[in-house]
Design a binder for this molecule. Sequence first.
Ligand code: BG6
Length: 188
Amino acid sequence: MTYRFEFRLRVALGPKGDLFLTSRIRNTNTDGKPFSFTFAYHTYFSVSDISEVRIEGLETMDYFDNLKGKERFTEQGDALVFESEIDKVYLDTPPKIAIIDHEKKRTFVLRKDGLPDAVVWNPWERRSKTILDFGDEEYKHMLCVEPAAVEKPITLKPGEEWKGRLELSAVPSSYYSGQLDPDKVLHG
Ligand SMILES: O=P(O)(O)OC[C@H]1O[C@@H](O)[C@H](O)[C@@H](O)[C@@H]1O
């Protein structure tokens, strides 16, 4: 089935280097029909060493595990850490998520709106080798955290518009330096 829609992406850089991405999708069907879609910003973050980074903001969240037949689980531990392939869709996530890179003394802060879910993906060693445009060792230095609307597709009637906003900031500090209170990052 084909649909007419308009997609607008606004990319803006703030004075401190913050990146603002605003997507707008409008149903421009002339036949009166609604349409549904899912959406994700496939944002790849550069990290020092995947085994040393952690994500705060997703602990205790429910997720679908794409590596286990999309079964639903609940995250138990503290911050998320990584030691093998991951492809999970976290559901109803908070508006702020932090990727803490202790070695680089840098934290990425994601602020999102209109994007309830968050995909977390790293192909790790074995799968990396099957991805043509992905170097065999690159998985060590990247992490995808993708603000998304995937669990519940968005449905737009003709004329209706959806907006999904993402703000990315890199904070030149670390959790341990004391300059960055994780609680303030996530809830401030
Ligand atoms: O290569 P892309 O489009 O950035 O996608 C990478 C990954 O993105 C994730 O959203 C998917 O859950 C993975 O299965 C996928 O492989």
